[in-house]
Design a protein around this ligand. Sequence first.
Ligand code: FAD
Ligand code: SF4
Ligand code: SF4
Ligand code: SF4
Length: 404
Amino acid sequence: MSRNITSPTNKYCTGCGACSVNCPVGAIAIAENLDGFYEPMLDSSKCINCGACQKVCYKYQSTTELPQLTNKECFAIHSTNNDTHQSTTSGGFAYELSRWGVNNGYSIVGVIYDYTINKARTIIINDLANLESLKGSKYIQSYTEEAFKDIITQAKADIHNRFICIGTPCQIFGLRRLIDSNNIQNEFILVDLFCHGVPSYLVWDKYIKCQKDRLGQIKNVNFRCKENGWHQYSIKIIGKKKTYSNYAYNDIFYRYFFDNVVLNKSCYTCSLRKSSVASDIRIGDFLGGAYEDREDGISAAVAITEKGARIIEKLKSSKYINIVATHHVSECLKSQSTEDYPDIELRDNVITRLHERDIYQTKRWYIRQFTIKRQIYLRLKSIATLLPYKILITLRRIIRKGRK
Ligand SMILES: Cc1cc2nc3c(=O)[nH]c(=O)nc-3n(C[C@H](O)[C@H](O)[C@H](O)COP(=O)(O)OP(=O)(O)OC[C@H]3O[C@@H](n4cnc5c(N)ncnc54)[C@H](O)[C@@H]3O)c2cc1C
Ligand code: SF4
Ligand code: SF4
Ligand code: SF4
């Protein structure tokens, strides 16, 4: 019987990379698959069937024994530094935690946008200057394998090494299993993100190529620019010749992302996204009613473990963050993606089409597969973004109040 990660289960691979790190003979390498997601590639001639990869893999574990999100407190947080608000995704919690970490001897494990290959990559940072590159969400899947191998090696080599690791819930789940199986828990603070899912590189690669043709060599990608306000998602890309900026609702990359037609298969039913948590702290955007008027961004932070609670308290007492208010977590969950996504069959068809057609043709095709009601709703939302910002915001508030 096969004890490696090719053994069938009812879960899909998340591409977290933990199996590769735990394989004692280097039989696994992480590479992009035909669907445009990172996935392990197994060299079966090297495999000794030891089962170490399955031991840390999400596909073979029950997640029900992990802490659940329900009945927790959720802090609404912003950085004490105004500059941090403008340059981070929500209230700057991740950046301030990382800054505190560097000042207190931690290495920070986070995600950069690698401009040489136009992909997201997990790296290790030890100094304040380079911490800037971790700021901001890159809404594409990050490659973790090398960084995860490095930190596990470093943590095993010296028990005094300390790491703060920030990533998607599936990446942090993989890390948690690696840490537990090596008994190096004391050296780590794990933080994961409320997570909508990750879209395929089949879309991002084609999208960024079109942008490069128009704008020149890509100098900066800001997936969540706050210049048009925080609630109204905007993307901004600076090229050598020109700059592009657009509301997410009118941007074709974001349409694919929000329409849930090209996410990783594991994202459609992901229990880690919805309820179970393997981290010490879960963070995200505090969207929805309570902070409707905040256009500078507010972070939501839920302490999952006592270690997580102590860290949040430490950041507050040493004035890295302000706690604006404390809510029941249900207040934050109202505007999070907590249900399964229904479009997995459509997703497979969209991925197939993307191999043959461009992103514009494929989008026109998939929109026609939606119900008429959904098509009208999307069209109206897109038209609404042409309105002046103040009118747009007022309109959104009226609609939200109407729904309540
Ligand atoms: C793919 C993805 C989906 C998300 N979906 C949601 C959601 O549905 N709801 C919600 O509330 N929040 C979501 N977030 C989180 C949110 O966008 C912010 O990242 C979070 O609120 C932290 O912002 P900040 O202001 O505290 O810190 P920032 O300084 O902006 O830090 C961002 C942090 O995210 C990490 N990061 C950036 N890109 C990636 C990536 N591709 N993979 C893993 N880690 C990354 C960085 O290392 C950094 O630590 C998502 C993030 C990602 C990457
Ligand atoms: S879920 Fe993670 S550990 Fe499991 S096979 Fe995929 S990459 Fe490997
Ligand atoms: S079973 Fe063992 S040798 Fe085979 S891929 Fe998994 S960890 Fe590597
Ligand atoms: S939705 Fe789940 S599987 Fe998908 S990126 Fe987020 S945590 Fe990973």
